[in-house]
Design a protein around this ligand. Structure first.
Ligand code: PXG
Length: 288
């Protein structure tokens, strides 16, 4: 494996950063998770744009242009002969002194790892998955806005632990008002009376790239999609529910907090969108 760090490639054992990097000391940095399908990087420009927006929001100046970053991602995939897989792109504040101020960090570090992807079990796609609601509330949008894909993912990790403790792989996170925001690493959608709903971004969700793609595909297929504040009740009485994410793609949900969703099996609209999404991943993306 060849890992890109600040313009050079290192083997897995030699790919190291300073223990004084504020990415490690404070979670001060940003990241992206990107898929490669059939030697094409899926939605590369969208991911790079979100990375730069995350960086801008935390006053982190990435030491290369967006175009150069796109090229570095493509080069790293080529160097690793990646055909299908996962790219983890990380920008840390860089090495500094032991103190919160980022002023001591002279140069941010750019790290690109191109690897295999860990997927949800096949069964989740065939039969649907069961999820719970976490007691850990989503970070406030006026604190560290969840729209920032920062290296501090503890909020999500605590909810993920709750999911795992309940025997699940995902958990719904509510915002401080009690509205559904998203899951720990996936956005959420429901179908109700033939219409598709997903929480608005202001609810404390990540601006999911899969979310955007699915909204486009659903509208193309003639569905009405509305961004609306949703409560747990809205989820419980929905006909269909599914999650979206670069890793998960589209995964059906058939049980939430022990309430059966719809008929307890993946719904036809979810299936239709899954097929459209799969078809898109077969033909689109930045060629390697
Ligand atoms: N919400 C959160 C909190 C996320 O972290 C998504 C939604 C879905 O966004 P995209 O743009 O991927 O549709 C994410 C994305 C990982 C991993 O390594 C995490 C994500 C994606 C891929 C891998 O755990 N999170």
């Amino acid at each position: 494996m060849k890992i890109y760090i600040d313009g050079n490639y290192y083997g897995k054992e030699d790919a190291k950063i300073s223990v004084f990097d504020h990415g490690l000391l404070y979670g001060d940095g940003v990241f992206e998770g990107i898929r490669v399908y059939h030697r094409r990087v899926f939605k590369l420009k969208e991911h790079i744009q979100r990375l730069y927006y995350s960086a801008k929001a935390i006053l982190l100046s990435i030491p290369m242009s967006e175009e150069a970053m796109c090229r570095a991602v493509v080069e790293t995939c080529r160097a690793n002969g990646l055909e299908n897989g996962y790219i983890r792109l990380i920008v840390t504040r860089g090495a500094g002194s032991l103190g919160l101020s980022p002023d001591s960090c002279k140069s941010p570090s750019v790290i690109i790892i191109a690897n295999e992807i860990q997927l949800y079990p096949r069964e989740f796609y065939e039969k649907g998955m069961e999820i719970i609601t976490a007691a850990t509330a989503r970070n406030l949008v006026n604190a560290v806005n969840p729209a920032i894909k920062s290296l501090n993912y503890l909020n999500n990790i605590l909810a993920k632990i709750e999911a795992n403790n309940a025997g699940c792989e995902e958990a719904i996170m509510l915002n401080s008002e009690g509205f559904v925001a998203e899951c720990t690493g996936d956005n959420i959608f429901i179908l109700h009376h033939g219409k598709i709903f997903t929480p608005p971004l202001a609810s404390g969700a990540l601006y999911g790239i899969t979310r955007n793609t699915v909204i486009e595909l659903a509208e193309e297929a003639g569905y009405e999609v509305e961004e609306k504040n949703l409560t747990r009740y809205d989820l419980f009485i929905s006909e269909e529910c599914f999650l979206t994410g670069s890793g998960a793609e589209i995964v059906p949900v058939v049980m939430i907090d022990k309430r059966v969703i719809g008929e307890g099996k993946p719904g036809s609209v979810t299936r239709q969108l899954e097929a459209k999404y799969r078809a898109l991943t077969r033909v689109s993306g930045e060629p390697l």
